[in-house]
Design a protein around this ligand. Structure first.
Ligand code: WQD
Length: 350
């Protein structure tokens, strides 16, 4: 299929673009470079062994997005484009709602107008909110996500569900409205890098997330890791999360895309996780093993909004998509370290 990958120059989007190409799909990337560097694409093309068309576009511009679809001849869309820093979203809610919701509305409008009905959405486990029982299952009711970023994911899932429902109920045979088939992929904690070590996670500024912060400590860019709380009700007192290798995540997108023709519900959510919880201290130990020496850390105060533990029930994706996360925590750390040690300051500036 000819697939438009929005945000395809970003961390998960770039790894998924590669997996799509390796699975025989044609990939076109749309990216505004708001959260990724222009030097990612040539590395992607070097791994793929082929050029990959990329449109530098702000998807909140509905007219430009429509023109992209008018010329694009796309069979499907995988939609990653969006701002994704939880903490930043609390400081800049308007920017997050404007960017994440408007860009999605532009894309869905253009899909409807140009008859493209296959859609895979980059959602998040954050839609379950802070009070959901663990492991998370897709049939849980939505709870209030604790931050504007998470709320945009809840709202976008709602937008997509309502759009598909309207088309199914439509009495007028609006000739361009497609038969929607939408997969909502709820990620847990994406980490790791392509085994080549030439592409990986490269957050701009001080990393919010554990793995990139830890790898920057290991490469000497940060003095030490602060572990946000060791008094949680968990075996070692530090928070547990379901870390999933980005290569497994990319494979999950290919599986979901390939399954859309067999998906009976117009919209269906899938957890992409391992089903296992790993604590902060366990991840620090695994990363130290990958690096070959202990890494400096201190315990600090709990971080607002953190919950003690969450992990996925991945049964639905396992059984319906025939997808299973296979990479171990050790492989996640080894692959992250191979990328970070070869690229201490991330991707070069353009
Ligand atoms: C993991 C654990 C921290 C940094 C976030 C988003 C979620 C999703 C994945 C997009 C927590 C601890 C972290 C540090 C630390 N993103 N930590 N020191 O918060 O589980 O999930 O990323 O969909 O929406 O919320 O991931 O990596 O930030 O934190 O001790 O310097 O590591 O307290 O327990 P999180 P994280």
């Amino acid at each position: 299929m000819r697939v438009l990958v929005t945000g395809g120059n970003g961390y998960i989007g770039s790894h998924t673009s590669l997996a799509l190409i390796e699975a025989g799909h044609d990939v076109v990337i749309a990216d505004s470079f708001i959260n990724s560097k222009r030097t990612v694409l040539p590395r992607l093309e070097a791994i793929a062994g082929r050029s990959i068309p990329l449109h530098d576009i702000d998807l909140t511009d509905a007219a430009a997005t429509d023109r992209l679809f008018a010329d694009g001849n796309f069979d499907a869309v995988i939609h990653f484009a969006g701002l994704k820093a939880v903490g930043e979203s609390v400081q800049k809610p308007i920017e997050y709602y404007r960017n994440n919701i408007d860009s999605t509305l532009s894309v869905v409008e253009a899909m409807k107008k140009h008859g493209v009905g296959k859609f895979v959405f980059s959602s998040s486990a954050t839609v379950y909110g802070e009070k959901a029982p663990v492991p998370y299952r897709e049939d849980f009711e939505y709870l209030q996500s604790s931050n504007p970023y998470g709320q945009t994911k809840v709202m976008i899932e709602r937008i997509l569900t309502d759009t598909a429902a309207a088309a199914s109920a439509a009495t007028t045979d609006d000739e361009t409205t497609p038969e929607w088939r939408i997969a909502l992929l709820r990620y847990f904690n994406p980490v790791g890098s392509h085994p080549s070590g030439t592409i990986g996670e490269d957050p701009q500024g001080i990393p919010n997330n554990l793995m990139p912060y830890l790898s920057q400590v290991a490469v000497g860019r940060r003095d030490h890791l602060t572990i946000f709380g060791n008094d949680y009700p968990t075996p070692d007192g530090t928070c547990q999360r379901d870390y999933i290798h980005v290569m497994d995540l990319a494979a999950g997108h290919v599986a979901a895309l390939n399954h859309l023709d067999k998906q009976t519900d117009p919209v269906r959510a899938y957890n992409l996780g391992t089903g296992n919880g790993t604590s902060v201290l366990e991840l620090v130990a695994a990363f130290s093993q990958a690096v070959g020496h202990d890494l400096p850390y201190q315990f600090g105060a709990r971080r607002a909004g953190d919950i003690a533990a969450n992990w996925a029930d991945p049964t639905r994706a396992n059984t319906e998509l025939g997808w299973q996360a296979t990479h171990t925590i050790e492989q996640m750390c080894e692959d992250t370290w191979r990328w970070q040690s070869a690229n201490p300051t991330g991707f070069p500036d353009a």
